[in-house]
Design a protein around this ligand. Sequence first.
Ligand code: UDP
Ligand code: MG
Length: 328
Amino acid sequence: MTAPQPALSVVVPIFNERDVLPLLAERLRGVLDGLGEAYEVVAVDDGSTDGTPAALTALRAGWPELRVLRLRRNSGHQAALHAGLLRARGGYVASMDADLQDPPEVIAEMLRRARAEGLDVVYGVRADRSRDTRFKRWTAAGYYRLVRRLVGEQVPGQAGDFRLLSRAVVEALRGLPERNPVLRLVVPWLGFPSGEVAYERQERAAGRTKYPLSRMAGLAAESVTSFSAAPLRVATWLGLAGVAVCGVLVVIAVLAWFAGATVSGWPSLYVAILFLGAVQLLCLGLLGEYVARIYTLVQGRPAYVVAADSAAGDGGRPDAAELADILR
Ligand code: UDP
Ligand code: MG
């Protein structure tokens, strides 16, 4: 990391975005060149299998500020973002999606506010999601309500991963032992002085979404289990409720026995067995979620492996410092 430090890094996770890259390069470059300061764009190629790697190489030929970080395999949006953040060299580090849903012009505004008001974090907040589907809006609203309860009110509603961080925040993130943190929750949790810039969420400029429902559900589950052990307590409460109900049923059974009316009643037995079986499986499953987290942590495998960094200067292979970082 001997290169001079640019004032700004922009991290862009990219997975199979061949069609959108030329549009992205044109708009982002226009904005960043206009700042009149040294910058770098860290394009994190998250193991793309379309023409993305070739397109990035071609772009780099005419755009020296473009730096390409290639991951060995598709590791997911959050992991790609984390990889880029930890390797960005800028005094400020912005992150945005490749598909131009986050307008690059907003980055200039974020930087201006961060400097003018001495902020360490500036969130891009979606003022208008009318271009998203109704389903996406509903699930997003539910998600933000939930995480605000878990992490605290400092989590801005409707803020995804479009934001600007100061060097201090990036260094704080580097110091966390988590290997694949949910950045949109961990950043507010750190508690640095922050501000918001409202923007209008645009439609995808080209290509298709890489976030199917299963990935959205995965992010939500990860968000909950990484910030709260409350689901584990569900088992305790269900158990207590079960004991109370059993107490009542035992009294009823004893009375019925004295009254000599104890033969009929298989439906209640049947229902009770099914119900208890279901509750036990549910609780085992909840426990399993946390055991899985411990398991992954103990394995200590990195969330991604960097294959090449165009800024490493040795033919694109990661240098010793970066290798140490990857294996950290
Ligand atoms: N992305 C990635 N790895 C993945 C999936 C997505 O790096 O496994 C990138 C993708 O190229 C885009 C950003 O993450 O730049 C957000 O993805 P997308 O726009 O598909 O999500 P949506 O906006 O539909 O939620
Ligand atoms: Mg998108």
